[in-house]
Ligand binder design. Structure first.
Ligand code: ADP
Ligand code: MG
Length: 288
C-alpha cells in the first residue's frame, strides 16, 4: 500500500488546513481542506472516534474498500490520504466541486430523459465495475453521487463506501444486517433473507425514478408504510403530469430495476444492455 497506515498523531493533520463544510452524513463531516505545502484542495472526511465507538471497523472497512476501488475507475472518488489523531479519523479525497446529484435534481425539478439516461448509464457502468470486483456499495443514492466539477457535463462520481462490502465468494445472497437509507433499500434487506449485489440495482431503480420525476417512488407517511410499499413493490408512475413526457422504455427500465425478487432482478450488466441505455452515442463532449 502506498498510503501511510498510522503516522504519528497530530503531525500529519497539520499538513492540511480545513475550511468550509462540504456536507455531512451519518457519522462524518466533510470539509474542504488545503494541503499547505502544495496549495492543492481536497475534501476531508472527519469522523469522530467517540461517535464511532465500537464501530471503528466500519471506517477500516471503508478504507479497505477504497484502497481496492480508488483510481481503478474514472467515476469513483479517489482516496488520497488518511490518518488519525486522538479524537478523529481523517479520510482525504479528491475534491468534487460540483456538489451532490441530489441538489442538482432538486434545483432542476427533474432531468430530461436523455440526460437522465446518460447519468444512469455512467453510474451503472461504475456499479458494474465494482460488482465485477466483488464489491457491493449498499448506499447508492443521489446524496452519494457527486459531480467532479461545477460544469453541467461534469463527471459523476460514486462516493461514500462506508456501508460497502467485499463479497468473499461469487455469492448472490450473503449479507444480512439491515443498513442503508430506507427509501433506497431493497425488499430483501428488510426481509433479512440475505442480500448482495442486487440491492445496488434496486437503488439504481429508485435513483432513476427520482431523476425522471423529481420525487422518490416509495415515499409514504411513515417508515412502516414505506417499508410495506417496498416489500410489495408498490409504486406508480403518477401523478400523470410528472410522467407524461417519460417514455415507455424508461418506465420499463425502472420497472426492471425494481423487481421485488432479487433472484429475478436483472444484474448491472444486464441493465446496461437495456434498450433505454443501449444507445451509447456521446451526447456531450468529455470534460477532460
Ligand atoms: P457519510 O458516510 O457520513 O454519509 P459521505 O462520504 O457520504 O459521508 O460524505 C458526506 C457528504 O459530504 C456527501 O454527501 C457530500 O455532500 C460531501 N462529500 C463527500 N465526499 C466529497 C468529496 N470528495 N468532494 C466534495 N464533497 C464531498
Ligand atoms: Mg453519504
Amino acid at each position: 500500500a502506498s498510503t501511510n497506515i498510522m503516522p504519528s498523531p497530530a503531525t500529519v493533520p497539520c499538513q492540511y488546513r480545513t475550511g468550509k463544510s462540504l456536507g455531512s452524513g451519518t457519522y462524518a463531516i466533510v470539509k474542504e481542506a488545503v494541503h499547505i505545502k502544495t496549495g492543492k484542495y481536497y475534501a476531508c472526511k472527519v469522523i469522530n472516534k467517540k461517535l464511532m465507538e465500537g464501530r471503528e471497523y466500519m471506517v477500516r472497512n471503508e478504507i479497505a474498500v477504497l484502497k481496492k476501488v480508488s483510481q481503478g475507475h474514472r467515476n469513483i472518488v479517489t482516496l488520497h490520504d488518511y490518518f488519525e489523531t486522538a479524537h478523529n479519523l481523517y479520510l482525504v479525497f479528491d475534491l468534487c466541486t460540483g456538489g451532490e446529484l441530489f441538489d442538482r435534481i432538486c434545483a432542476k425539478g427533474n432531468y430530461y430523459e436523455n440526460d437522465a439516461a446518460d447519468l444512469v448509464r455512467t453510474v451503472f457502468k461504475a456499479v458494474q465495475w465494482i460488482h465485477s470486483n466483488h464489491i457491493v456499495h449498499r448506499d447508492l443514492k443521489p446524496e452519494n453521487l457527486l459531480f467532479r466539477s461545477k460544469k453541467e457535463d461534469a463527471d459523476i462520481m460514486l462516493a461514500d463506501f462506508g456501508l460497502s462490502r467485499v463479497l468473499e465468494e461469487e455469492q448472490l445472497q450473503l449479507l444480512t444486517e439491515i443498513c442503508g437509507t430506507p427509501g433506497y433499500m431493497a425488499p430483501e434487506i428488510f426481509l433479512k433473507s440475505g442480500h448482495g449485489k442486487p440491492v445496488d440495482v434496486w437503488a439504481m431503480g429508485v435513483i432513476t425514478y427520482f431523476l425522471l420525476c423529481g420525487y422518490t417512488p416509495f415515499d409514504r407517511e411513515t417508515q412502516q408504510l414505506e417499508m410495506e410499499a417496498i416489500l410489495k413493490g408498490d409504486y406508480k408512475f403518477e401523478p400523470e403530469e410528472y410522467w407524461m413526457n417519460v417514455s415507455d422504455v424508461a418506465r420499463d427500465f425502472v420497472r426492471q430495476c425494481l423487481t421485488v425478487d432479487p433472484l429475478k432482478r436483472p444484474t448491472a450488466e444486464q441493465m446496461l444492455e437495456h434498450k433505454w441505455l443501449a444507445d451509447d452515442k456521446p451526447h456531450f463532449v468529455e470534460d477532460r
